[in-house]
Design a protein around this ligand. Structure first.
Ligand SMILES: Nc1ncnc2c1ncn2[C@@H]1O[C@H](COP(=O)(O)OP(=O)(O)OP(=O)(O)O)[C@@H](O)[C@H]1O
Length: 338
């Protein structure tokens, strides 16, 4: 078995504000990322996916605090706990952008509008690898070519606004790969693209992962994308990872009512009968300020029973590496009512 590249243990992230109670946006999360594998982080808006990913790069807002836990990274200089590094330290800068990089839904959040894409990629290469400008440019052209930018040598001189959305996304991926990262974090990178371009970008990421052997943390709310790209899945709800495991195991037999509800709310085009039974999840995700003391999903769960509102379910191990947090896995409803 390949050794993990990044292990998050028991990580809780709190947002503080002078006039409001603290918000626990991420609660005791455990995740493992392995070289060559993709972990999809899934859940509705506001459940803590981006906060979890940004913690790995120490790119959290100033009012955030990693209150508990560790983020163990097998870096170039040996194992380091990212949770203990200062966000602006040299050690963190050596990891961010070089060993771990990130791509976003909106390429313009990482591309500068006033520099050519070639200049921007050259700059990163020169910063981290001490090549000459000429060598860096050759590397940039090779990267743009590898990510499928046609006419890479000429396109390197283009400004982002001169490229289509799909090409901009490819340029951002080239930039993220400039220092051959060990981990690529992808935050909804295909959400804003049309389906054809989305499929091409997913293919590209899979191909690059094969070429570079990097681990990937892929944030999405789209289970179709998970099926395309992921090896493992972690389902988040209101800051909790409620279920995680091998994609095949979780898709075949989801054990948490939230995962089940998410899957029932996705249309499967090839199965008309199932589409007719499509059921959206009732209600809305509560604000983290109103989080139930027990299971985060209690207020929307059709199976909630006596312990759910007050007692947080433990992580229950299921066959394989499948884990879920639900009282139904340890007690049946009938038992609890007896
Ligand atoms: N600076 C902040 N101060 C207070 N709360 C914050 C701050 N940043 C994020 N949060 C809260 O943390 C929670 C998790 O947010 P996060 O952005 O991780 O959700 P998400 O699952 O990535 O959602 P989306 O899919 O919409 O990006 C949300 O309730 C959000 O309001």
């Amino acid at each position: 078995m390949t050794a993990p590249l990044l292990t998050i243990n028991d990580m809780s992230i709190i947002f503080t504000s002078p006039d409001e109670p603290d918000i626990e946006a991420v609660r005791q999360v455990d995740l493992t990322l392995t070289p060559g594998k993709t972990l999809a982080l899934v859940g509705e808006s506001g459940c803590g996916k981006s906060v979890t990913a940004r913690a790995v790069l120490r790119l959290l807002d100033r009012n955030a605090d990693i209150r508990t836990g560790e983020i163990l990274f097998e870096g170039e200089g040996g194992k380091v706990d990212i949770a203990r590094l200062k966000p602006d330290s040299d050690a963190m800068r050596a990891i961010r952008g070089a060993q771990v990089s990130m791509i976003f839904q909106e390429p313009m959040s990482s591309l500068s509008p006033v520099h050519t894409i070639g200049d921007q990629i050259d700059e990163i290469i020169i910063l981290h690898e001490r090549l000459t400008p000429r060598q860096a440019r050759e590397r940039t052209i090779a990267l743009l070519d590898q990510v499928g930018v046609p006419g890479a040598r000429e396109r390197a001189n283009a400004y982002p606004f001169e490229l289509s959305g799909g090409l901009r996304q490819r340029a951002m991926i080239a930039m993220a790969l400039a220092c051959t990262p060990k981990l690529l974090i992808a935050d909804e990178p295909t959400t804003a693209l049309d389906v054809t371009t989305q499929a091409q970008i997913l293919d590209l990421l899979r191909q690059l992962q094969d070429d570079y052997g990097m681990a990937m943390l892929f944030i999405t709310h789209d289970l179709g994308v998970v099926a395309e790209i992921a090896d493992e899945i972690a389902v988040m709800y209101l800051g909790d990872v409620v279920e995680q495991g091998d994609v095949f195991d979780v898709f075949r037999a989801p054990r948490h009512p939230y995962t089940q509800a998410l899957m029932n709310s996705v249309p499967r085009l090839q199965r008309k009968a199932e589409r007719e039974r499509l059921s959206p999840i009732k209600g809305n995700v509560p604000s983290p300020k109103d989080r139930p003391q027990g299971c985060a999903f209690t207020s929307r769960c059709p199976f909630a029973f006596e312990p759910c509102a007050d007692t947080r379910p433990a992580r229950t191990s299921l066959p394989g590496d499948h884990v879920a947090r639900c009282h139904l896995l340890t007690r049946t409803r009938a038992e609890a009512m007896a």
